[in-house]
Design a protein around this ligand. Structure first.
Ligand code: ADP
Ligand code: MG
Length: 357
């Protein structure tokens, strides 16, 4: 079931900025599409509009080409899992999982068979007679998935489903969700603020900030080719260097970087470069001459992080950049704190307002 979100806008009050503004994206059939962004960026609002729990001020949602705006929540046939374990505490695990099927008045033998199938799928066989209070957080959330999946939903909507769990259980359930999805291929829309979870699980990522979609793309595209400085900084770590256009080039730190033709002098620019994409060379090593994309800096701090070493480099212009050097390269270079090096910023991406080159 492919889902198209078209021009969705929602404001909760006329005084505040809209929670969601003209959002457009498509969640392809059979994939995991993730809404990723900081707290308050409008992710839950979009998910609740898709679910039918909230109405949009403008725009619409199409499922398999059909506008579902007039369809009430219970007729949409979507499975919902939220961060809080919204299980019925007075019902056993079996009764919780059977809940949706009971309301559909399915025959008892069918319900029993489906519940058994679901408990197996979520690896909770033998837990059917327990109450939610007798389960761990991770087990409870798996019951939540089983309950959502029992009535054969056309779509799975997940709002920070692992948000209330500790890191270890979160990671376990992430792996588990991947396997579950491989087994079901159910079209899924996941909301998370956790970039690693998004990169790990998603076929497509919709990056949001302040109610607006910043970029839609595969995890690789979002990571390798961020469309805005926000995306670059929110996903993975990034150095941000500010500068201005002068004589047709962006002057950033001591570098002169390309900008689109006809960008007026004085335009503000930001150059973004990831710590592991920066190469460094020993200064004074023969051809240690600053080029257009090379700056000189001094190692102000070194931290050994095992697989790589993190260096803070104070550039001659006063900017500080963080560099991750692979262990082996670090050993080869034989770097010491306080020494001067050349920094190759070849892979910096320059953003002129909203324009990327
Ligand atoms: P996220 O899920 O990304 O954290 P939300 O969609 O929950 O973001 O919220 C987006 C914005 O809308 C926030 O500023 C939030 O305070 C506001 N908001 C969300 N729900 C309501 C509501 N029911 N009433 C008023 N404001 C709301
Ligand atoms: Mg939310």
């Amino acid at each position: 079931m492919n889902v198209q979100v078209e021009d969705l806008t929602k404001a909760f009050s006329s005084k505040a900025a809209p929670a969601v503004f003209q959002a457009n994206f498509e969640a392809p059939s059979g994939g995991i599409t993730t809404l990723l962004g900081p707290s308050g960026s409008g992710k839950t609002t979009i998910l609740r509009i898709i679910a039918g729990l909230e109405s949009a001020d403008a725009g619409r949602v199409l499922v398999a080409g059909e506008d579902i705006t007039p369809v009430p929540v219970q007729k949409r046939g979507f499975g919902l899992v939220f961060q809080s374990f919204a299980l019925f505490g007075h019902m056993t695990v079996r009764e919780n999982v059977a809940f949706g099927l009971r309301t559909q008045r399915a025959p008892k033998n069918q319900i029993d068979a489906r519940v058994a199938e679901l408990l197996k799928l979520v690896q909770l066989e033998g837990y059917g007679d327990r109450y939610p209070g007798q389960l761990s957080g991770g087990q409870r959330q798996r019951v939540g998935f089983a309950r959502a999946l029992a009535p054969h939903p056309r779509l799975l909507l997940l709002d920070e489903p692992f948000g209330a769990l500790d890191t270890r259980v979160r990671l376990e359930l992430r792996e588990w969700l991947r396997l579950l999805h491989e087994a079901t291929h159910l079209t899924t829309i996941l909301v998370t603020h956790d970039q690693e979870e998004a990169l790990d699980l998603s076929d497509r990522i919709v990056v949001m900030d302040a109610g607006r979609i910043q970029q839609v793309g595969s995890p690789n595209e979002i990571y390798q080719l961020p469309a805005t400085p926000f995306v670059a900084s929110f996903i993975g770590s990034a150095n941000v260097l500010r500068g201005r256009v002068s004589a047709g080039h962006a002057q950033v730190a001591s570098l002169s970087l390309d900008v689109p033709a006809n960008t007026p002098d004085g335009t503000a620019v930001r150059a973004i470069v990831r710590p592991h994409d920066i190469r460094i060379e020993r200064a004074g090593n023969g051809n240690g001459v600053c080029s257009r994309r090379t700056a000189a800096g001094r190692i102000s701090r070194m931290v050994n992080l095992g697989a790589h070493v993190k260096l803070d480099l104070a550039l001659t212009t006063g900017d500080v950049v963080t560099v991750h050097v692979a262990r082996r390269e670090y050993d080869n270079l034989g770097l010491v704190a306080g020494e001067s090096v050349l920094v190759d910023l070849e892979s910096a991406r320059v953003f002129v307002e909203d324009y990327v080159i």
